[in-house]
Design a protein around this ligand. Sequence first.
Ligand code: ACO
Length: 332
Amino acid sequence: MTQQNKRLRSVVKGVGSALPQRCVSNRELEQTVDTSDEWIVQRTGIKQRYIAGEGETTSTLGAAAARAALAKAECAAEDIDLIICATSTPDYTFPSSATMIQAELGITKGVAFDLQAVCAGFVFAVATADKFLISGSHKRALVIGSETFSRILDWQDRTTCVLFGDGAGAIVLEAQESEAPEGSESDRGVLTSHLRSDGRHRAKLYVDGGPSTTQTAGHLRMEGKEVFRFAVGHVTDVMRDAFAATGVTADDLDWFVPHQANRRIIDASAQKLGIAPEKVVTTVQYHGNTSAASIPLALAVACEDGRIKRGDLVMIEAIGGGFTWGAAIIRW
Ligand code: ACO
């Protein structure tokens, strides 16, 4: 192997997650919202979600998930020099949730910042961390997705409030030099990432407030059918880009871990690209849509139960408000 075949890869070292204490079933929601378990399950696949209580915030959940990921990675907090927290529901407008998590973990070196790409935030954060790590500028990253969407829901609007939940997930990525032949089973790490946005679709999914407009946090508003149509129509674009860039095919994938918005969007996307149903990791039934937290929460479940193992080929994919969308292929 010649010197020029060496390359830096961002390798996953550990995954962790954290959920609020309170789990709210569809049946419990029926008590306060004009809805039914049957409607929610049939339209979305969601059976329950976790709702943050007093003292549980995006930064506290994010810090708990980060701690769990560090433990799995057998990595000390002081060895982290990059923290990216994907969130649309920060504790405060500023400081960032990432710097709050950094302080909570006792980390005083490196850099920490938030990244906002709504439900696509975790894929955007993985892609961003990967670019830092493979440039050689940073060595070890905590990539976190943490959300408390329950705090921006209009609980009088049954078309949105039944869909979302709170939670956090995190992964530790480490820059490692690889001499393995590109695309081989020992070529571990983030192999490719593809991101897109198109701001013309703002009105289909947005929050109707903010510091520079209403000076409030606002509430989530959504044209559900339009979001559904766009999600199924477009998220496969970036998945195709990821396949083309790596030569990986749907058959080569061991696991497909999509954003957990809705069972029907997940199934339609997988079917469109010919990904076998048994390779699809689905956790929307347990967590609801936790926006930027949904993929790392699903990764944590599938790693914990032994499905995702070292050497597996994993595709992550998400679409969110903006619209923003992206996909990445990772050799675990
Ligand atoms: N409980 C009971 N009935 C309801 C509820 C509810 N929670 N919400 C709406 N309904 C009623 C409506 O009022 C309507 O009644 P009507 O026929 O008497 O007027 C009926 O159910 C059908 O409503 P639709 O909006 O047509 O329902 P649809 O089949 O489109 O499902 C849903 C709605 C689930 C929101 C769907 O459009 C969807 O999944 N969209 C994608 C949205 C999404 O996942 N967003 C997540 C954020 S973006 C992302 O993460 C990608």
